[in-house]
Design a protein around this ligand. Structure first.
Ligand code: SAM
Length: 214
């Protein structure tokens, strides 16, 4: 999701208390970076406009949540909405996910969310997919023992590609669901993302898997 450039967005992000400006300096210390004590750390990688991670933070005030997004214009929308809200357990970082291991320490995160990641349909771009083994190796470094990755998508090809990447990268699927909204058990506690709303309104099946180390 790349929105039209918004004049002043970078300056706005630079002043927001929700934004972490030099995230490398927080590496290994994220639990103490929030406005309150937290018991765990969960990240959404490619959070877009941030509806999901904001709702998660509101639902679970004892955990710390960080939304990772590469574009300022997208984050700007969320930060404007958060102006009159106080969520001390929520932070955002503007960065490319390929630098995650420079920003989060070994085993520092307890859970990662990948929601409606860009599919990069051309074979020659497969390494850019956020569920390619290149990224799975990065997640392996920052995820705590027993930590899991939750992945949702509307894209069947990306879903099947992801399942095929797991074993070679040392992961396995703990749960696989090919139609989330037809499975009341899998849907329990589900928090909808912006893209998820769009695709469910179009009656597209939503694919979900929970991934853990093999
Ligand atoms: C299709 S949108 C989905 C947004 C949101 N997760 C949702 O479900 O509504 C994917 C988002 O991931 C971001 N993204 C893609 N690749 C990224 C990367 N390598 N690092 C950081 N963000 C990335 C894009 O900028 C975009 O905002």
């Amino acid at each position: 999701m790349r929105l039209r450039n918004i004049p002043g967005a970078d300056e706005y992000l630079a002043k927001s208390a929700y934004m972490v400006q030099e995230p490398e300096s927080v590496r290994g210390k994220w639990h103490n970076r929030f406005g309150k004590a937290v018991n765990g750390l969960e990240l959404e990688i490619g959070c877009g406009k941030g509806r999901f991670i904001t709702e998660k933070a509101g639902n679970d005030p004892d955990l710390g949540f960080v939304g990772i997004e590469q574009y300022s214009s997208v984050l700007y929308r969320r930060l404007k909405k958060l102006e009159n809200e106080e969520l001390p357990n929520l932070l955002f970082v503007r960065m490319n996910a390929d630098r995650l291991a420079e920003v989060f320490g070994e085993g520092e995160a307890d859970r990662l969310y990948l929601n409606f990641s860009d599919p990069w349909p051309k074979d020659r771009h497969a390494k850019r997919r956020l569920t390619s083994r290149v990224y799975l190796d990065i997640y392996n470094r920052i995820l705590a023992p027993g930590g899991v990755i939750e992945f949702k998508t509307d894209n069947e090809n990306l879903f099947d590609f992801t399942l095929g990447e797991l074993e070679p990268a040392g992961w396995k699927a703990l749960e696989v669901c090919r139609n989330l909204y037809a499975d009341p058990e899998a849907l329990k506690g589900n928090v909808q993302t912006e893209y998820e709303e769009k695709f469910t309104l179009l009656n597209c099946p939503i694919y979900k898997c929970v991934i853990g180390r093999a």
